[in-house]
Write a protein of this length. Structure first.
Lengths: 359, 359
């Protein structure tokens, strides 16, 4: 049994406020600091820690080194009643995305549908956060982004395409929205450490070694040298190719083809967002009732092992969010301390969190 | 070594004409008979035999038994500048889809984007055929359909969701279009026969037995009793759920939830189609050049085994189509003979094919 990591259970509002104070202390305008921090807190509250507040020091480093612009002004490069091409001018991905999502939804309200392709951006966090925002309670939302090439092509021996995550959100009535959020690799690089620690063989057809051979041994190579295989081989690979063409392709940006190491700076990220009004097709309430009925159908499916359950896409994250809204978001002590350190380094006042949580 | 099955190499035009003559002889209006037959010939010419002329006797049976309407009139249930809800009134899926695709493209030409949700239809063949037609050389095309539930949910013990195939087509310049066409199961039911014949174990996590347990033994059960696992587990499953909501959901039809055997009649099929003008975002030629450049990048990726190659989505089918356009489409003798038998049964004149191919 492993030792439990020390965590604080922090109210989501406090967590988001802490991050915002830190970002603002390093020169990010208050509104943008709040947008950026909330996007990270919302990943933590869904249990997606890899995309949560753990990224604050990384982002601060990008601001300090001039990789991200502190001010984020979007430029409209092209616009029609159903389309937008936007330049994020190197703002942080979440701030660029929040603005692009608002513009996309507004246009979809007017036209029934809108699709935005965005270049000049950076890491945007979780795709599901944006597709949920696009969908609201009356639309279908879709978000995708390209990434540095980290996934092998079928038959390929090294990193070929981005993990190019994409997400659909479809609103239900009684239940949390259906929110599918997937990247095209079988599993994230970080999971190799877990398999190595547990002494479990890697799943079949999930990883190549740096020699290009499929391997199931999590200790054969340095974890960062393994190459991700696309999920469903040519199917996941094909989705990755399509997402590249929907993001950088439509945004008129360069696609990513030079793999320069997992920690290399990307020249830029491209995203795409679309939203479509449900009432362009059918009554919104009736549609959302139908989604409820499908969720209940999925829940009614017989399972192989007693105690198991069929979860619909996004359900596990929604269950965690409901729990952490009640109990606070568990955040590793180190993540909190890193933020407090950054705050201290910029003489920012974070006494509100220290006193409330006895840190 | 297995005995080669007897085949005829038939010019695609002749193949499509033969099927059309047969459909017309059983009461399908000429134009619709030609649309339906061409959709099947176009599957054969891409090497997708399971969706090719082998289906003619099955379709004739559906016409004769009143499962398909011979006349196909689409009813517009709802329309906005970007959306269409259509009722196929139980026409054959390919005829319904051809009409819906034309309406979708026309609307996209006017509005920049159009999305059609269609109910009251039947099996529409390959999704890729429709997304290619939607895309043409200046748009991005997308097609999907629901199906009877044949794919297990993760943790589920039996058939839960449809295989719900979907397809994106993105036009290139120098190369055949990028055409991703995937269903959400790891592999088709028919492949189990092949594994059993070759004595090869089934891939890991591809099939459940009727007991709900994962199995790799292709001879343990009757091939039709195996249950398909979604590709990438929750990822493919989630895509299947989303496609159900984009097809039957938006079309206002019932989703499919009662599995009544692989050969059971479906109450109806629902599809969706969308097309989006590339020039709403960027110059079409520049975009297609970028797709070419990405294809060339994929082709340049190093491979693990000498002689292997990275194929882009749709490339294998495009290579076959080019070859079969030159050499004729190889069609199993039995498939041709079945069509000739049906023609004879309806006193249709198919002498053009008998004399040319010495049948």
């Amino acid at each position: 049994m492993e030792t439990a990591e020390k965590t604080y259970n922090i109210d989501e509002k406090d967590l988001a406020r802490l991050g915002a104070v830190v970002f603002e202390a390093y020169g990010v305008p208050r509104e943008d600091a709040e947008i950026l921090s909330l996007s990270l807190a919302e990943a933590d509250i869904r249990g997606i820690k890899s995309h949560g507040m753990v990224r604050v020091p990384i982002y601060i480093d990008q601001f300090v080194n001039g990789k991200f612009s502190k001010e984020t002004k979007l430029t409209v490069k092209k616009e029609t009643p159903v389309s937008l091409v936007l330049d994020g001018n190197n703002g942080p991905g979440a701030v660029v995305s929040a603005r692009a999502v608002m513009m996309t939804r507004k246009k979809a309200e007017q036209s029934g549908f809108a699709f935005a392709a965005v270049h000049g951006s950076n890491h945007f966090g979780t795709a599901g956060y944006w597709s949920e925002m696009l969908a609201g309670d009356d639309m279908i939302g879709f978000a995708s982004t390209n990434s540095i090439p980290i996934v092998a092509a079928p038959a390929g021996t090294g990193r070929g395409i981005g993990s190019n995550p994409f997400s659909y959100t479809i609103p239900a009535n009684k239940y949390a929205s259906v929110c599918l959020d997937v990247s095209v690799g079988v599993m994230a690089q970080g999971k190799i450490y877990e398999y190595a620690r547990l002494g479990k063989p890697l799943p079949e057809n999930a990883w190549l070694g740096p020699d290009g051979q499929v391997t199931r041994d999590p200790k054969q190579w340095d974890p960062m040298d393994y190459v991700m295989i696309p999920f469903g081989m040519h199917k996941g690979f094909g989705l990755g190719v399509v997402m590249e063409m929907l993001t950088s392709g439509l945004a008129g940006a360069e696609f990513h083809r030079q793999y320069q190491g997992l920690n290399a700076k990307m020249t830029e990220n491209s995203h795409c967002f679309w939203a479509m009004r449900i009432d362009a097709f059918t009554d919104v309430k009736k549609y959302r009732d139908q989604v409820d009925a499908y969720i209940e159908y999925l829940h009614s499916l017989p399972v192989t092992n007693p105690g198991d359950k069929v979860y619909y896409p996004g359900e596990i994250e929604a269950v965690l969010k409901a729990k952490y809204l009640r109990e606070g978001v568990p955040v590793a002590a180190k993540v909190v301390e890193d933020m407090l350190g950054l705050a201290a380094g910029a003489s920012a006042d974070v006494s509100f969190i220290k006193s409330k949580y006895h840190i």
